[in-house]
Each structure stands twice: as C-alpha cells, then as structure tokens.
Unconditional design. Structure first.
Length: 121
C-alpha cells in the first residue's frame, strides 16, 4: 500500500505515517524532523548527489521513543512524495518532545513491521 500521512487528535503537533491505511493503537510512528531526509537520485546510476530524486528515505520515530532509528522509503510515484519534501523543508531541524510513556523494544519492532511491511525486510 502507498504511504499515508495522518493527523492524530492525541498528537496534534506531529504527523503520523503508515503504509497500511491506519496506525496501530498506542504504536503510531511519526515523521522525525530531528533527522535529515535522505534522497536517492538517478542520473544513469543511483547516487546521492546528481540527477532527479527517485526515492526518499524518511526518518520515523515511534510515539514512545525519544530518538528514532527507523527510516521508510517513499518512491517518486507515492502520492505524498512532494509533501514529504515540503514538510522537511518547513520543519527540519526541530526537536522532538519527550514521550509520555515508554514502550519496550519488542513492541516498537512489532509496530514497525506491522505498519511498514515493505520497509521491515
């Protein structure tokens, strides 16, 4: 399924992201504007410097993490491809507010695999 950006009432200042159409209860992932967006470009070969952008690697953070470690891929054909670039341009760099509750690492891994099956391989 394609990447989707969602605003959650419980987290009005963050942008939730998923690839399954909905977020996991108590396991949402948000765009992590404290880390840079990476671009993969194409000019005959894949490279990070020259050509047009074909893939974005967007950092995400679990709602119960202070510092995220996951990234998700967004292809040029994804509906939110241009929106991701605009969001990073407007919000990077910014600090993340500390989470109210901390989840164990296994829950975070399971939530990531559930919401981003293509990216968790």
């Amino acid at each position: 399924m394609a990447l989707q950006l969602i605003k959650l009432h419980a987290h009005p200042h963050e942008t939730a992201v998923t690839k399954i159409g909905s977020v996991v209860a108590d396991g949402a992932f948000f765009l992590d504007f404290s880390r840079p967006l990476k671009r993969i470009r194409w000019l005959g070969v894949q490279n990070p410097w020259f050509g047009f952008t074909v893939l974005l690697l967007a950092p995400v953070v679990h709602q119960s993490e202070q510092i995220g470690g996951y990234v998700i891929g967004a292809h040029r054909s994804d509906p939110y491809f241009a929106d991701l670039q605009a969001l990073w341009k407007a919000n990077y760099p910014s600090k993340r507010t500390p989470p109210t509750a901390v989840a164990d690492n296994l829950k975070i891994v399971a939530d990531f695999a559930t919401q981003f099956p293509e990216d968790s391989r």
